[in-house]
Design a protein around this ligand. Structure first.
Ligand code: WT7
Length: 631
């Protein structure tokens, strides 16, 4: 990032400033730090509460902070119910486009009806408050209805991304003790049917707790349905039990809204907990301020609801703000590489939020695809998931945003619930930097002792103050939560992000990447340990190490170094077989780019694999400090 043209600062146009909801950052930031609780109370007042809080923040037992204790709410009360009594009722909540070209749209009134019906069905299946319901679906409207239906009746949803294998799904079902799973027969991707119910069937065989599966028909693909266990959604919704009115459960502030599994450094994926009150306030506020939401906006977050981005910024944040959301089922390049740009034109989309991987993937088809569509409705753009390289940033800005749309490069995590470092539309932008901390947050780049590093020096990114969107911890494992996030800077009481970063002379943050063994492939978060444990389950493998190598489109790709057991020999065929093994057992999103068979792996004297050395070797870079190496 030393190319001088990259130091160009992009100032907001007068038009952007004129219409911005928040015109000034520094002063409000200062206020939000000096009066954190007041700031958040002001934001909470944008929402409707069954009962207001006794206190904004209970910090008597850090890091288990409690936000808005004493309050009663339900995120659905704010995302759907309260809109039924205003002009938002007749506004479109969702415009959905299937990959084959079918379109469905729902007003807030219709959304309420769909969610009530789904909620009544779940109730009739015995789903109660605090039960965990697993959702494994393609990107169809029913995925959103299912999430909201769970929240409405006080159940906890656990959405598992559709790109995971049946084993990964079963692991998550079992860890959460989930009794009910909601799925679809399949979905469309690149003109083909991706089967889902058949994956769920295999997962159910591995899940002793699983009793009921509700399947939405999307593709007509043949599926096996078992009597007493499997129900078609369209059959259930035709029954009197699926009434179109359903009361929303009154939830306590810190009641769990959802679990979302995410990968860490070691061990199995962990279920991060998010709760009704704090998460509602944080996602609605960040969405309103950063995307500068206007009543007429059509807003498209082109992520999958299966990830935190989808939870916070497809579903909950936008619906609480009464926005019209766009959802698309399939591949961005189907049938042609201008599918997204056609959608922008067709629906008059004002705000587009996506990932650097998607931008790079579309950029490689050239400017003619976007240029043949009218993208002039776009006002704001967003990026998330990994650092965006300045080249992709400029293409996004110039070609997609016609050099007039500010890009909101939002840094955050599954654990943080919402944006932590992000520009506002009026923030002067530097391509590749998420700019500054969102209101209320004190964020720093520090060394191992917690001392702030100098300008442009690399260090560890930490969050020094609590925020309402923060996770309430890891499901069933508070110790692991303390250990992973709060032990390194225990004395200071800071949250460890797992990222390294720099801060420049203007105080802008530049995220470098993960410092742990988390691998970000196309913005998706995977753990080395998970991939390695799948490798080891192959009969030919004695030991392996998965590392992230740079990739021009995906940002990173997975490269595995493996040692074979005696009696097995390295061959191209063996490599393919191992790649398939990882895909079958973890899912297509974990497909390794390459597997290199080696005789030994570099380890420390205590036996820890030095993945950093493997990475350096693969890239032909200096191997760094090898004093602890014992090969
Ligand atoms: C990790 C969290 C937050 C939604 C999607 C990812 C990386 C995220 C950015 C960004 C640079 C980013 C970090 C972070 N990351 N956004 N704008 N610039 N890096 O959530 O799957 O929990 O992953 O994604 O490394 O720690 P996640």
């Amino acid at each position: 990032m030393t190319n001088p043209t990259e130091n160009k600062i992009y100032l907001p146009s007068q038009e952007v400033i004129d219409q911005a909801n928040i015109k000034e950052y520094e002063e409000l930031y200062k206020f939000s730090i000096e009066n954190r609780e007041q700031f958040w109370a002001n934001q909470a007042d944008y929402l409707s509460w069954y009962k207001k809080w006794d206190k904004v923040l209970d910090d008597s037992n850090p890091p288990f902070y409690k936000w808005f204790p004493g309050a009663q709410t339900n995120i659905v009360h704010n995302a759907i119910d309260r809109h039924q009594h205003t002009e938002v009722r007749n506004k479109l909540a969702l415009i959905w486009e299937g990959e084959p070209g079918d379109v469905r749209s729902f007003s807030y009134h219709a959304l309420n009806r769909e969610v009530c019906q789904f909620a009544n069905i779940l109730k009739s299946m015995g789903v109660k408050r605090a039960d965990v319901v697993t959702i494994y679906m393609p990107q169809i409207p029913e995925q959103i209805f299912a999430m909201l239906a769970c929240a409405k009746i006080g159940a906890i949803h656990s959405v598992v991304y559709g790109g995971f294998s049946h084993e990964a799904l079963a692991d998550r079902i079992n860890d959460a003790n989930s009794r009910v799973v909601i799925t679809a027969d399949g979905g469309y991707r690149r003109g083909k049917v991706v089967e889902m119910k058949s994956v769920v069937n295999k997962a159910m065989e591995l899940s002793p707790t699983m009793e009921i599966c509700i399947t939405v028909k999307r593709t007509n693909v043949d599926v096996y349905m078992e009597n007493g266990r499997d129900y078609w959604y369209h059959d259930l919704v035709a029954l009197p039990i699926a009434a179109s009115k359903c009361d929303t459960e009154v939830m306590e502030a810190d009641d769990t809204l959802f679990l979302l599994y995410t990968s860490g450094s070691t061990g199995r994926p962990k279920a991060m907990i998010h709760t009704h009150a704090g998460y509602s306030v944080y996602t609605s506020t960040t969405h309103r301020m950063v995307f500068d939401i206007k009543p007429d906006d059509r807003y498209w977050c082109a992520a999958d609801p299966g990830w935190i981005t989808g939870h916070s910024y497809i579903v909950y944040g936008p619906l609480m703000n009464g926005a019209t959301i766009i959802m698309y089922e399939g591949a961005p390049t189907y049938p042609y590489p201008d599918r997204w740009w056609k959608m922008v034109e067709r629906y008059g989309i004002n705000i587009l939020y996506t990932s650097p991987t998607a931008i790079r993937g579309l950029m490689r088809f050239g400017d003619s695809w976007p240029n043949r569509n009218d993208l002039s409705s776009l006002r704001l753009l967003g990026s998330v998931g990994e650092p965006i390289n300045p080249e992709a940033w400029r293409w996004y800005h110039e070609v997609i945003g016609n050099s007039k749309c500010p890009i909101m490069d939002t840094w955050w995590q599954t654990e943080t619930g919402g944006f932590m470092i992000t520009p506002l539309p009026v923030t002067p932008l530097k391509p590749g930097s998420g700019t500054k901390a969102f209101f209320g947050n004190e964020i720093a780049v520090v060394d191992d002792d917690g001392k702030e590093v100098g300008a442009n020096e690399e260090g560890t990114l930490v969050i020094k103050s609590p925020w309402p969107g923060m996770t309430a911890g890891i499901f069933k494992d508070p110790e692991r939560y303390l250990d992973i996030y709060w032990s390194k800077y225990k004395k200071q009481g800071w949250y460890l992000t797992g990222d390294s970063a720099k801060r420049d002379e203007d105080g802008y943050f530049w995220i470098i990447g993960r410092t742990d063994d988390v691998i970000k492939v196309s913005g998706y978060r995977l753990g080395s340990a998970e991939i390695e444990s799948v490798m080891i389950s192959h009969p030919a493998i004695a030991e392996s190490a998965a590392v992230a190598l740079p990739h021009p489109i995906k940002g990173n790709c997975i490269h595995i170094f493996a040692i074979l057991r005696n009696g097995y020999e390295a061959s191209l065929e063996m490599e393919h077989d191992l790649i398939n093994h990882v895909v079958t057992h973890m899912g297509p999103i974990a497909k390794p780019e390459a597997i290199t068979i080696v005789d030994q792996l570099p380890k420390t004297r205590s036996g820890k694999i030095m993945r950093r050395v493997l990475k350096a070797r693969a890239l032909g870079l200096p191997e760094g400090d090898l004093s602890t190496l014992e090969e």
